[in-house]
Ligand binder design. Structure first.
Ligand code: SF4
Length: 905
């Protein structure tokens, strides 16, 4: 990068770790590095963060406003939005309008959307996709601590002597935090890590103990722990008596259901020895952090699970001090910022609730609200139910894709199709949700707008622009403000900048959370209410509260509640008496397996961004259903077959992946694939829409399903330089599309046999390819084996190839994909082309494990075996794998262990 390079400090837009990123730009070149000065990551990035430049392409961007599928100017689109909302309110009242927003929005966007809905449209029907990932943690915090506050910080995870990771595949979902813990454990080998998860995931790589508990048995386990702490006299009685209430009731509940280690082990499906060991370690280790995430939250009893965990920390007084406390990891980059402004339908603003009459009046007065909402609105699942039954007539969706991500997603899509007015603000033109929109509004994306986000440790960081927004894309706060002005609220929404909105948000936080009883213990950033534009531009990462007493020049407040003062009415924390409630099952049978959903290592949400990056698409190319060997065998399923997964609500297809790391009776399917990337692969179409009665969070980890073989008559793949013209979501066949380096990869299968494979292959790849005298079509057909292979070359350059087999075992795609980089194939490559294997015994790299350096499975296995590599460091020295982002290190360790086992056998 040349002299004229500019460097901007900003924040990774993916997960709730909130890593600082340095972006250096010069012309079209963009280089991303971890920001060494950012306290969240100290220079580290995971594979997703490291690949951010690969996701900046304008391919598929929504660049202009559209109404009814036609491009219009901004004035026309904004008039239509305002007129549509006003019309629906006039005819059906304010409750007929809803906003569905997102943890991808910046805090300033969120603030303005919340203000418009709750202060000026007269309804609180604004909810966020953060409802799906952490609303149980919010409610659990409120019940126990008096406010939605994460007590500790990331540093506590390194200072702890015991880290209990429960309901989180941290290694894949929050990799930089995983790496911080892994490093701390390397430096202090006595530090213990326990993983509580039905699956044996990559996170177990650093676990001293893995508890593969039965799905849904978390409350029983932590109640058992509370009871054990009492029996073994491991309680902090002075903390209990001075700073908490409700212990006796909570303990009684625990005793009633989890009276002994054998009872807990039996109910959780765990060996007694493992349960005893966990309890013993927890009881004797003062510096303990319990980190929890979606595996706890996404449940019809998620809030009780959160409280069962917090109860154990309150009982031992281990909260808010270095190296100890319950710690909620949020899924999205700004889930916390959304919580702070009141982006959840049951929150008002700045962590205050609707049942706080004084706060309600203060907010109304502060906003000079024209029509203040007086009661909570509908939570996400209920909100879309109201769209489906016509109570909501106009819905504005911002920066999220509910047609893919909400439970019972087919019904959500149907609801959007029949809704009177669907407005979608997004960066992308074609998503499953934009397909349902009447009005599309182009939003500015990461790198194009200014604002703030808050990560899982309450740290507010600046997201900064490093390039101009393309086309007519605008920041979300600008779009919402323009609509508000057209609705007549000119003065209240006269914002000129994100800084102005931030100052107002900060001032409101002080108004609602200041005062002797609350100062310093809840969301209060009033010390930032008077910062100048320049100070906002230069704002350093800061952990709230940031009050006048603490000063705005420091880095805020690392820990809360260490002094035993809590932001509840009594000033004390509350134990919550909880009992195990089994996941909600349907009375009907036929669905004997439990479906668990989650993320893969290199993808984010519905692939709208990571799906653009070839290096993020190679690690996991297809949707898969991960099964225990016994469950697969009982259903006649082999590795790599296509399976149909069905629930009461819907069905999908996915590749079978068999592993003993999966608990028998449970299956796992990743959440990412949409109609844009695959046919019938939206797992949320299957997910039970039942929710937690307190938080409204859906039960995304526990849907009864059955898995059966999809009768494929043939399997295949197409590799092609240009995207194929056919509709990927045509669900007669199995179809998945993925970006590759300089090419596209399609995994395909069909249920109907065909007579002429050449005709079929040409139908698959022939259209859209030029046909002149430079074209060459080479093929190989073995009818007896059901094998057909063909390649299309143009002027000696590979344009496409198609491989079809009667079995799912096909050649590896990596070498073939590498041929697309060649301008002309040499003779040996041409000869080898249809074998799918490199010529002359050259190695085939195999499935990519290290995305950063493109190191494949076969290369790694060979090097480990032949060069005697026994550590990830040795692999890194030999092949560079694992030396950049480190996200593949757990897989490298698994390969080393496999090789060791083979040698021992
Ligand atoms: Fe981004 Fe990875 Fe950091 Fe999460 S852990 S914020 S995805 S770089």
């Amino acid at each position: 990068m040349g002299e004229s390079a500019q460097t901007v400090r900003t924040i990774c837009p993916y997960c709730g770790v909130g890593c600082g990123v340095e972006v250096a730009t010069a012309g079209d070149s963009v280089i991303v590095r971890g920001d060494k000065s950012h306290p969240a990551n100290l220079g580290r990035l995971c594979s997703k963060g490291a690949a951010l430049p690969d996701t900046l392409s304008l391919d598929g961007r929504l660049l202009h406003p559209e109404v009814g599928g036609e491009r219009v100017d901004w004035d026309t689109a904004l008039d239509k939005v305002a007129g549509g909302i006003a019309g629906v309110i006039a005819r059906h009242g304010p409750e007929a309008v809803a906003f569905y927003v997102s943890g991808q929005l910046l805090t300033e966007d969120y603030y303005v959307a919340n203000k418009l809905m709750k202060g000026f449209l007269g309804s609180a029907n604004i909810d966020t996709n953060s409802r799906l990932c952490m609303s149980s943690a919010v409610a659990g915090h409120q019940r126990a601590l008096g406010a939605d506050c994460v007590p500790g910080c990331y540093e506590d995870l390194e200072l702890a002597d015991l880290v209990v990771i429960t309901g989180s595949n941290l290694a894949w979902c929050h990799p930089v935090i995983y790496q911080r813990i892994a490093r701390a454990k390397r430096e202090r080998p006595d530090m213990k890590v326990i993983v509580v998860d039905p699956r044996r995931t990559a996170t177990c790589d650093i676990a001293d103990l893995h508890l593969p508990l039965a799905p849904g048995s978390d409350v029983l386990l932590f109640n058992g722990l509370l009871n054990y702490l009492r029996r073994t006299d491991a309680l902090d009685w002075s903390f209990l008596e001075e700073h908490t209430s409700g212990f006796a009731q909570a303990l009684q509940s625990a005793r009633d259901c989890a009276g002994s280690i054998p009872a807990v082990a039996d109910g959780c499906g765990l060996p007694e020895q493992s349960v005893a060991e966990f309890f013993h370690w927890f009881a004797r280790t003062q510096k303990t952090v319990t980190l929890f995430s979606q595996g706890v939250n996404q449940s019809s009893s998620g809030v009780d699970k959160v409280n069962a965990i917090i109860n154990c920390h309150l009982a031992t007084g281990r909260i808010g001090r270095p190296g100890m406390g319950p710690f909620s990891m949020t899924g999205q980059p700004n889930a916390m910022g959304g919580r702070e402004v009141g982006g959840l339908a049951n929150q008002l603003a700045a962590h205050r609730a609707f049942d706080d009459a004084a706060a309600l009046e203060r907010v109304a007065g502060f906003w000079r609200a024209a029509d203040m909402a007086r009661k909570p609105g509908l939570k996400a699942v209920d909100l879309f139910e109201a769209v489906a039954d016509g109570r909501i007539r106009a819905v504005w969706i911002m920066a999220t894709n509910p047609a893919v991500s909400l439970p019972d997603a087919d019904r959500v899509r149907e609801a959007l199709r029949v809704c009177e007015l669907v407005i979608v603000s997004d960066c992308e033109r074609d998503t499953d949700t934009t397909a349902c929109a009447d009005i599309l509004l182009p939003a500015a994306a990461w790198g194009e707008k200014e604002g703030t986000v808050t990560n899982s440790e309450r740290r507010i960081s600046r997201q900064r622009a490093f390039r101009d927004a393309p086309g007519e894309a605008r920041p979300d706060w600008w779009i919402v403000s323009e609509v508000a002005r057209r609705l007549g609220h000119t003065e209240a929404f006269g914002y000129e900048s994100a800084a102005e909105i931030f100052r107002e948000h900060a001032a409101l936080s002080g108004l609602l959370n200041g005062g002797a009883d609350r100062t310093g213990h809840d969301f209060d950033i009033s010390a930032l209410a008077s910062i100048s534009d320049e100070e906002y531009a230069a704002l350093q990462p800061v952990q709230w509260p940031v009050t006048a007493a603490r000063g705005k020049g420091v880095r805020g407040t690392a820990r809360l509640f260490g002094d035993g003062r809590f932001p509840s009415a009594s000033g004390k924390a509350r134990f919550v008496a909880v009992r195990p409630r089994p996941p909600v099952h349907l009375p009907e049978g036929g669905f004997p397996l439990v479906l668990n959903t989650g993320r893969v290592r290199d993808h984010w949400h519905t692939l709208t961004r990571t799906g653009k990056a070839a290096r993020l698409s190679v690690h996991t190319v297809e949707p898969y259903v991960e099964m225990h060997p016994a469950d697969a065998a009982a259903r006649g399923l082999d590795e790599a077959m296509i399976a149909e997964v069905r629930s009461h609500w819907g069905c999908m297809r996915a590749r079978v992946k068999i592993t003993s790391g999966q608990r028998e009776g449970s299956v796992f399917v990743p959440m990412h694939w949409s109609d844009r990337f695959a046919a019938r692969a939206r797992v949320d179409a299957l997910v039970n829409p039942v929710t937690d009665p307190v938080s409204g969070q859906p039960e995304s980890k526990h849907t009864p399903v059955e898995v059966s073989r999809w009768q494929a008559a043939w399997y295949g793949f197409v590799l092609t330089r240009e995207p194929l013209p056919w509709d990927i979501k045509d669900d007669a066949d199995y179809r998945v599309r993925a970006r590759a380096d300089g090419a596209w990869r399609y995994e395909i299968a069909g249920s109907e046999a065909f007579d002429d494979p050449a005709l079929r292959a040409r139908a698959l790849i022939g259209r859209g390819l030029s046909e002149d005298d430079k074209d060459e079509w080479v093929e190989y057909h073995d009818a007896a084996q059901g094998r057909y292979r063909a390649a299309h070359l143009h002027g000696g350059r590979l344009e496409a190839c198609v491989f079809i087999e009667s079995r799912p075992q096909l050649p590896a795609r990596e070498w073939l994909l590498a041929l697309f980089a060649e301008q002309s194939l040499d003779e040996s490559s041409r000869m080898a082309l249809l074998s799918g294997r490199p010529p002359g015994g050259q190695g085939d790299a195999g499935r990519i494990i290290c995305s950063c350096f493109g190191v494949g499975l076969n290369t790694l296995r060979e090097a480990i075996a032949n060069e005697g590599l026994t550590t990830p460091e040795a692999i890194g020295a030999a092949l560079r794998a694992g030396t950049n982002c480190g996200s593949c290190i757990p897989e490298l360790k698994t390969l080393i262990a496999e090789c060791k086992d083979q040698n021992a056998a």
